[in-house]
Design a protein around this ligand. Sequence first.
Ligand code: NAG
Ligand code: NAG
Length: 248
Amino acid sequence: MHFLFLFLVTFLQSPGARAGEIIGGQEVKPHSRPYMAYLTYEIGNGIKKACGAFLIREDFLLSAAHCWGRSIKIILGAHNIKISEDTQQKIPVLRAIPHQKYDNKTFKNDIMLIQLKKKARLNKAVGLLPLPRKKNLIRPGKSCIVAGWGRTLQDRFSDTLQDVEIKVIKDQECMERYPKNYNTSTQICAGDPKQKKSSSQGDSGGPLVCDRVAQGIVSYGFSNGRNPRCYTRIFSFLPWIKKTMNEY
Ligand SMILES: *[C@@H]1O[C@H](CO)[C@@H](O)[C@H](O)[C@H]1NC(C)=O
Ligand SMILES: *[C@@H]1O[C@H](CO)[C@@H](O)[C@H](O)[C@H]1NC(C)=O
């Protein structure tokens, strides 16, 4: 992550880009987003990092490939990740499968499947998020939701799940701001540049939810949380998702 951060600082000539905090959002009603999972991993020297992930089948979650690391742990059914809630399910991870062609310099193919050792128990606090079926479901102007335990405007990580409404905007906006990185066929550009509402550090891997469907995955953007930001376009990875889930 540090190399990637440096790379982007160099090439974007900006305050620096780093992977996706909820900024300008609010605490969600507990367990109203039952597909959300809290993911932690280690990057060496015992340093722990956190991301979001979301449940798409009882035994599979989706996240971002840049959230891959050692000792990946998943907590389902959480609202406050600092306390041990009765609703939480901590299921060991069987394998983490980042996209084979994930490129940590450009964030290309920033998608990862995580298979659990056993199926999650679905209930009011733990549920599935549907994948998209039709590409045309999502257009500029569309309002979507991003949720996560990432950094907030107060510049600290949140103990409780937050969410924020974010609008999909024209690809052109991301092409201009992230010319070396943005790919219109595999990514979604979202977040009004005039608004201080966005995903941010620690929200990476969480879903961009439009009409209760997972359309994007929080991928990358400028380090100051400024909009717009880039999301992995899930629709373009459906064949990979299906094939990979069938293989295991
Ligand atoms: C990025 O990928 C390259 C090649 O696989 C690897 O050598 C490097 O350590 C990676 N960098 C980070 C920050 O993960
Ligand atoms: C965008 O990604 C697709 C799929 O990986 C690739 O075929 C295409 O060449 C990319 N476009 C650009 C401009 O890099």
